[in-house]
Design a protein. Structure first.
Length: 391
């Protein structure tokens, strides 16, 4: 029997669930390519700053017995015309594919403001452990400045404040604090930040990061350690390969999650942006797992000569950890619109921890029973908005 070679690049939430759902297909050879031999629970990286090691899991036990081929290496070039990948650990010849699942995820944009790369830490996988080591060395009263008022900044600031109570923690955001949450959600965040004695500076735009100080529109803000929790960007590989991408480098896909410019390439997770989707598909495991599962379903349909299906997805809510003993669960509509209902305190922390365990547990269950994972989806396809193509 002739097998189609399906290559999946990226072993995050989207790439792993796609690989596990495509395992042992008789008419497909599946190869997973990842720079690291470890699966990283990115939703726990703020915990790493406090000394946790829960975020890292070796891939070998997860892949054992699945028939999935694994290549450890960094993809340095994508040629969608020849359908080849250059991998830094395979210098003899490029890897060929017939269908490609692009799931390289995203990273904190440390090049958006001068000096961030040189003078700040981030919560990317490789940097989170270095952040933990640096925090341990700070003396009592040292100033830690967190730049960014999104979920990453909020979780990072509260985790640090709880784990290192001898430090002075400050959050700087160019937007309003928690402005994307409901009024009840915003009020609760302010209570928590006051309890942790975290200073919040709103409406402050950071123009540069110098050694020991932020240069901002409100003047210089000194620090002993800076955590950069700004916006995320996709890997540059797709743009360099000539695929249609948006301003953040995400591959523009249609509603089946196929690239609009190269139909042999599917994209899922943080690396994908759905053309014309009525509401934004935000980055995170909440969307990565469903998108990865949907890509696998469409590839399985393709192997059987069946039609490709549109991706349907609805949000259940947002979960924000606020240290180890508190969290904010913000209920939303399926379009991610905020409701006033929230769950907080230890109950919220229990929900947040359940979700963290569920995401990792889902992959372990999928290894044994592919297809068991389900996600919230509207009964009908979502509406469309006008596309905005940026190459």
């Amino acid at each position: 029997m002739t097998q189609i070679h399906i290559v999946i690049i990226g072993a995050g939430y989207a790439g792993m669930i796609a690989a596990l759902r495509l395992a042992k297909q008789p008419d497909a050879q599946v190869t997973l390519v990842n720079a690291s031999p470890v699966f990283v629970e990115r939703i726990r990286l703020h915990e790493v700053a406090a000394g946790s090691s829960k975020a890292f899991h070796p891939l070998a036990p997860l892949l054992a017995g699945t028939g999935i081929g694994f290549v450890q290496g960094r993809v340095t070039q994508l040629d969608p015309i020849d359908k080849t990948l250059a991998i830094d650990t395979q210098t003899d010849k490029p890897m060929r594919y017939e269908k490609l699942v692009y799931a390289l995820g995203s990273r904190v944009n440390i090049d958006s403001v001068p000096g961030v790369r040189q003078h700040a830490y981030s919560l990317d996988p490789a940097a989170s452990q270095r952040l933990h080591e640096a925090l341990q060395l700070l003396p009592a009263g040292a100033r830690v400045v967190v730049c960014g008022g999104g979920l990453t900044g909020i979780e990072g600031a509260t985790e640090i404040a709880e784990a290192y109570p001898h430090l002075r923690v400050e959050l700087v955001t160019r937007d309003g604090f928690g402005e994307r949450l409901s009024a009840n959600g915003q009020a609760y965040l302010r209570q928590v930040f006051a309890r942790f004695a975290i200073t919040v500076r709103e409406g402050v735009n950071v123009e540069a990061v110098d050694a020991g100080a932020l240069v901002t529109t409100a003047g210089n803000i000194p620090f002993d350690l800076c955590l950069w929790a700004g916006s995320f960007v996709a890997h540059g590989l797709a743009r360099e390969g000539g695929l249609a991408v948006n301003a953040s480098g995400q591959i523009i896909v249609d509603d089946t999650l196929r690239s609009i410019s190269h139909s042999d390439i599917y994209a899922a997770g943080d690396a994908a942006w759905i053309e014309g989707h009525l509401y934004p598909i935000r980055m995170g495991c909440v969307t990565a797992l469903p998108m990865g599962a949907h890509v696998a379903a469409n590839l399985r349909a393709l192997l059987k000569g069946q039609a490709q299906q549109s991706f349907r997805f609805g949000y259940p809510g947002q979960c924000i950890s606020l240290g180890r003993h508190d969290a904010l669960v913000q209920l939303t509509g399926r379009d991610d619109g905020m409701r006033e209902q929230i769950v907080t305190g230890r109950a919220g922390a229990s929900v947040k921890e359940f979700i963290c365990r569920f995401t990792w547990g889902t992959l372990q269950i999928e290894r044994r029973m592919p297809g068991v994972y389900r996600y919230l989806s509207p009964a009908e396809p979502v509406g469309k908005r006008e596309p905005s193509h940026v190459r």
